[in-house]
Design a protein around this ligand. Structure first.
Ligand SMILES: CC(=O)N[C@H]1[C@@H](OP(=O)(O)OP(=O)(O)OC[C@H]2O[C@@H](n3ccc(=O)[nH]c3=O)[C@H](O)[C@@H]2O)O[C@H](CO)[C@@H](O)[C@@H]1O
Ligand SMILES: C=C(OP(=O)(O)O)C(=O)O
Length: 442
């Protein structure tokens, strides 16, 4: 198990390119089950989650091949299988996205209840209700969802949940409805750019989807989809994490392959806190320059569904605000208990208190390096941000969480001058932390 050793205090400087979006690439890969035609995807990030989903798709009869550094070619070669086993599905949430396409195309699916980040209660009731409305028979038994249908039929489906819509639920129902007979209308659909990307991808294969990016998506069912080519959108969460790291270290970083319109609420929030964010256009290329030139102002925010500040950035922003000139307040309306990073940030000297539904971050604090443990994907990114800004050395364990969703963040940070080293999880290999060093020195 790898770990990161980070020596903080070095302002990040330079230019870095964002990879393709994990949360767009994964449902798009799953949707390839809907067609027999070959699909070629570019800007697919190299991530543990992409590997896990590739393995799952292979089990389901898809030939998945890397055709370039960020390119995958996918083609269904065997349509007999319909089981997504626990061992693969437990590793990531997005594996539930095979459920809709399997029932729609193969008439049958048996999918283990999904895993993913441990960030609070993550039911899939809305996915199941949506598929039932499309005519699927559903039962949940022994930790598996079993679904069957001769042919799905269009329906009007509300995906309103207690905390807004559901992102992977919208992806699942939209993908399933593409091959249903008649028209499906999804109300209270998720607005996230990753949903728009999935819809654009499916339309490129011949689907008839309109309204993506609005709360009402209309899908006119078609008999079959073709193959095609598609390029995945840039990862807005990775881009913003890099911006936050630049600001936290009082550096200046230019980010390329970025879609600033996907980050409006975040850019607004960072500017409100006093960070300098410039959006530059040079010909076809958009670049964002993020810099931290002064002490940040404290702010108050709540993570909410798109176009709000994403819950997937809440932890990184919490880490950033430990250095603000006063107390900031943070709540998370999407996953109200997503604060596992707080106790680890406190090991680094952060003063964060749970209050009411959220946390209060006591500012004016220079963090100090410490040994910490990543509990989930974005918590590990928050710890990396904190370690880069802290005085001294930090060791972040369990970075396999980070590798699920960031394409070699350690190398990207190194390229910006960050003192980041990836080493194997052995106490002897941590510089300065060999527990027997005193014996060797004697
Ligand atoms: C692979 C992927 O794209 N993951 C993202 C996706 O997760 P994911 O799609 O799992 O998150 P959802 O949008 O489904 O969850 C949003 C809220 O709805 C609730 N809910 C969800 C489904 C359901 O059937 N019933 C229900 O009540 C959840 O408990 C949560 O409170 O969106 C989250 C919210 O932006 C992000 O943090 C994840 O990174
Ligand atoms: C929570 C996340 O991923 P997943 O939904 O796959 O757990 C995330 O990307 O921050």
């Amino acid at each position: 198990m790898d770990m990161l050793v980070i020596r903080g205090g070095q302002p990040l400087r330079g230019t870095v390119r964002t990879s393709g979006a994990k949360n767009a690439a994964l449902p798009i890969m799953a949707a390839c089950l809907l067609t027999d035609g070959p699909v070629r995807l570019s800007e697919v990030p190299k991530l543990a989650d992409v590997d896990s989903l590739s393995q799952l798709l292979r089990l389901l009869g898809v030939d998945v091949e890397a055709t370039g550094p960020q390119e995958l070619s996918l083609r269904v070669i065997d349509r007999q299988h319909f089981t997504a086993p626990y061992d693969l599905v437990r590793k990531m949430r997005a594996s539930i996205c095979v459920l809709g396409p399997l029932v729609a195309r193969r008439g049958r699916a048996k999918v283990s209840l999904p895993g993913g980040c441990n960030i609070g209660h993550r039911p899939i009731d809305l996915h199941l209700r949506g598929l039932e409305a499309l005519g699927a028979q559903i039962r949940v038994e022994g930790g598996y969802v079993e679904a069957s249908a001769r042919r799905l039929r269009g329906a009007t489906i509300s995906l309103a949940g207690p905390c807004g819509s559901t992102v992977t639920g919208t992806a699942n129902i939209m993908a399933a409805a593409v091959l249903a007979s008649g028209v499906t209308t999804i109300t209270s659909a998720a607005l996230e750019p990753e949903i728009v990307d999935l819809a654009e991808f499916l339309n490129g294969l011949g689907a008839q989807i309109t309204g993506q990016g609005t709360p009402e998506i209309r899908i006119e069912g078609v008999a079959a989809l073709s193959g095609g080519k598609y390029s995945v959108i840039p990862d807005r969460i990775e881009a913003a994490t890099l911006m936050i790291a630049a600001i936290a270290t009082r550096g200046e970083v230019t980010i390329t392959n970025i879609q600033p319109t996907h980050l409006e609420s975040v850019i607004h929030l960072l500017r409100e806190a006093g960070a300098d964010i410039e959006i530059e256009q040079s010909g076809e290329e958009t670049r964002v320059v993020a810099a931290g030139r002064r002490m940040l102002r404290p702010i108050e925010f709540s993570a909410t569904p798109y176009p709000g500040v994403p819950t997937d950035l809440q932890a990184q922003l919490t880490a950033l605000l430990t250095a603000a000139a006063g107390d900031s307040t943070v709540t998370d309306a999407v996953f109200p208990n997503r604060f596992m990073h707080v106790s680890e940030l406190c090991r680094m000297g952060a003063r964060i208190e749970h209050r009411g539904d959220g946390v209060v971050i006591r500012g004016r604090n220079r963090l100090s390096g410490a040994s910490v443990m990543a509990s989930d994907l974005r918590a590990s990114a928050a710890l990396a941000v904190a370690a880069l800004a802290a005085e001294g050395q930090s060791v972040i364990r369990r970075v396999y969480h980070l590798d699920r969703g960031y394409e070699r963040l350690d190398l990207k940070l190194q390229s910006l001058g960050g003192q980041v080293e990836r080493i194997l999880d052995s106490p002897d290999s941590i510089p300065g932390s060999d527990p027997t060093a005193f014996l060797k020195a004697a």
